[in-house]
Design a protein around this ligand. Structure first.
Ligand code: HEC
Length: 162
């Protein structure tokens, strides 16, 4: 099956001078240099910053501090699902051996099945949230926002260092 190549992966690939298709193969290579590893780490952190920005207004809605906007919920949730799905490729390259400031725990690469499941949990929760937004049901939206937040927290507890 053709792999869906995300925009971010294409950017990383362009930055480090590889075709997008070669990204997967890189996972097994040990010849990654520090500049390449840094580009991957930066793209990863950008993805998480984007998730934070998409989540910010929703957190306010769940707490009743921001007016409920079901259209914005559906839009942001759809984008979160896209960003979440792109995380798989961003963690294919093991950057733990490089002296680069980042908060990805090295055990990600020795627990890849579990880490992958945590990415999938976010993608799935984002889908549930998008559906709630489309349905426009405030109670369902609040519940689904909390559900997404739990998937963020569950992964951070396990795989994000202090
Ligand atoms: C599958 C695991 C996982 C999930 C799910 C996840 N994160 Fe993270 N997050 C990480 C890891 C690992 C880092 C550390 C990245 C690094 O520095 O290399 C991180 C870092 C971050 C950062 C800091 C980024 C930076 O610039 O250093 C923010 C903000 C963040 N996550 C927000 C979120 C939000 C919001 C969600 C949910 C919508 C989420 N994350 C879901 C694993 C996850």
């Amino acid at each position: 099956m053709m792999k869906l190549v995300s925009i971010k992966t294409a950017i990383i690939a362009a930055t480090i001078g590889l075709s997008a298709g070669a990204m997967g193969a890189m996972a097994d290579e040990t010849s990654l240099d520090k500049a390449q590893a840094k580009a991957v780490v930066t793209a990863r952190q950008d993805a998480f910053e984007e998730l934070k920005d998409l989540m910010a207004p929703l957190g306010g809605m769940a707490r009743g501090k921001v007016d409920m906007d079901a259209g914005l919920v559906a839009k942001n949730a759809a984008q979160m699902a896209t960003v979440s799905a792109s995380l798989h490729e961003m963690f294919e390259v093991d950057t733990s051996g490089f002296d680069i400031e980042n908060r990805s725990d090295a055990k990600i690469w020795s627990s890849m099945d579990d880490f992958t499941a945590k990415i999938d949990a976010l993608t799935q929760a984002s889908g549930v949230l998008e559906a709630a937004g489309v349905a426009g049901d405030a109670g369902g939206i609040k519940k689904a926002i909390v559900g997404v937040g739990q998937t963020c927290k569950s992964c951070h507890t396990e795989y994000r260092t202090e």
